[in-house]
Design a protein around this ligand. Sequence first.
Ligand code: MG
Ligand code: MG
Ligand code: MG
Length: 307
Amino acid sequence: MSEKIYIFGHKNPDTDSICSSLVMEKFDKNLGLDVEARRLGNVNEETQYVLDYLGIAAPELLEKVEEGQKVVLVDHNEFNQSAEGIEEAEIQMVIDHHRIADFKTKSPLYYRAEPVGCTSTILYKKFKEDGMNIERQEAVLMLSAIISDTLLLKSPTTTEEDKKALLELAEIAKIDVNTYGIEMLKAGTNLDKFSEEELINLDAKKSEKNGKKFVIAQVNTVNIPDVLKRKEKLEQVIEQEIQKNNISLFVFAITDILNSNTQIIVLGQETVAAEKGFGKKLEDNMMFLEGVVSRKKQLLPVIDENL
Ligand code: MG
Ligand code: MG
Ligand code: MG
């Protein structure tokens, strides 16, 4: 067990999980704490764009946590999205903007949850509250996370606080948010190098409702038809995943980040939950959802309610 406190976001880390871990590391180091940002999986292309822009390395991979390991969770709280062994770790702090579920600790902790669009928006507020100076690197990390989670403030998860944070961070970073943001988001839409197996796991979140396991996986694109060229193979690997892990419903969401729409491919025994929830019939296992971009606000609650 390391004496250091590890800070990490969820499995299949997104830009918020990586950037917020790094920013939290900086925050805690400023306070003199012995902390280290870690990651629970590969860095995606969008996040890599941010790290390359800053010329910094990704946090190191954390395979599992040992019993009693001190940890700080950012951008998640559900144990099934966290590190192997999290049940036996000592969770000291959680900074998150998701629903609270599948979460339990042995000891008291600092827990901060706010219904904002991004964990980094909360971190931005923490810096302000503590009167701590935000340096350019942290400003870029936080604004990148906000752009990613809110799709450049277009997602319905966006709040006034995210807008305010992004504006001020852009000022500190001296970045034109729209130009930078589009380039960053586009970097994450390069899906060609991934196999179908990788695509369905790239940004997949697993949940359970009434004993039924379901998965909502999401990829971003600027061209939905381009991704659908791989539909047959995608369906094959989704079916395998369903068999292997006894999944009742698998939703693969292909989100057009420029036009803010999502095409979903839905497979499993409980596809009726999606049909009921969205009030549409699946055609060829697919459904087009206009104006839908947010898994958290527009997909997960609908599936969860109807399963
Ligand atoms: Mg996240
Ligand atoms: Mg987030
Ligand atoms: Mg996300």
